[in-house]
Design a protein. Structure first.
Length: 287
């Protein structure tokens, strides 16, 4: 079977985006954001023919992006972050949204059609009209805003695909943007130094509550990998209640358990939380 990945989406996307867009600007009161969207639904045939019995890729892209925001410079910077994190391709983040979508789909089509020779070779091993069904691919990519206030925007990118093999994959990545400085927010912006071990224990404790167990090792009985390996992954979104982590397939548990969400209220994070964080983004909570 073929199991070739056409589009690679990093699990630790928020960390990568933070590195890519870390050039800071002077803080200011952000302008309102007006959003627009581009939606594409199409079937990409592997061969340039009208024969519907041949492989195709079912493609759905739904991209929400900022259409209006502050100055022209600020809008371009915010769009760059959205495009960079949605398409996970540095060669696209300097393009306008429509051009980025078109270039992304063009690249996908080129890679998918590059499998044509391989398909023809494998087809020879099948009798009659039978064919290697794992060449019928799909790719669904969408995003949505999950929280926004005057200074903070958190949004999700969901990506599902099938590229051969036993099953498809689904994952979700989050990005958090400081709307005053127009940079992404990472764990290092939220937590005190050397937070990793303590935060890992807090995440494990919240999972124990979710699965109603009293010992970390009991999580193994619910399908998890070694609980000692559970650690923060920089894949989270923020709101005024807490930090919300997502662990994608195979990170801390097998494929069958899907994406695992862990919600942590700020009250549980007191000892490792930077004191200025809540005050900056949630003034009513921070005092």
């Amino acid at each position: 079977m073929k199991n070739k990945k056409l589009i690679t989406v990093a699990v630790f996307l928020p960390l990568l985006s933070y590195m890519l867009f870390s050039c800071k600007k002077s803080a200011k009161v952000p302008a309102p954001i007006v959003y627009d969207s581009i939606v594409v639904k199409k079937q990409i045939p592997m061969f340039e023919t009208n024969d519907t019995t041949l492989p195709f890729a079912d493609v759905k892209v739904s991209f929400i992006y900022p259409e209006e925001f502050g100055s022209k410079e600020d809008l371009a910077r915010l769009q760059q972050i959205f495009i960079g994190t949605f398409f996970q391709n540095l060669q696209l983040d300097s393009l306008a949204p429509q051009a980025a979508v078109e270039a992304y789909l063009s690249g996908y089509m080129e890679e998918y059609r590059s499998l044509a020779e391989s398909y023809n070779e494998e087809k020879k091993r099948f009798a009659g009209d039978e064919a290697p069904l794992w060449y019928w691919y799909y790719m669904y990519n969408t995003n949505k805003v999950v929280f926004q206030n005057d200074l903070l925007l958190s949004y999700a990118v969901e990506y599902s695909d099938y590229t051969g093999g036993a099953h498809g994959s689904h994952q979700i990545t989050y990005t958090n943007i400081d709307l005053g400085e127009l940079v992404t927010i990472s764990e290092e912006d939220i937590f005190l130094p050397d937070y990793e071990k303590s935060l890992g224990m807090i995440i494990t404790s919240r999972l124990m509550m979710q699965y109603n167990v009293t010992e970390p090792d009991s999580l193994i009985n619910h399908g998890f990998f070694d609980p000692k390996e559970i650690a923060p992954n920089n894949n989270f979104w923020l709101d005024d209640k807490g930090i919300h982590y997502a662990f994608n397939q195979y990170e801390i548990a097998p494929y069958s358990m899907g994406v695992i969400d862990v919600d942590i209220p700020y009250e549980d994070l007191g000892p490792i939380l930077k004191p200025e964080f809540l005050k900056k983004y949630f003034s009513k909570r921070g005092g």
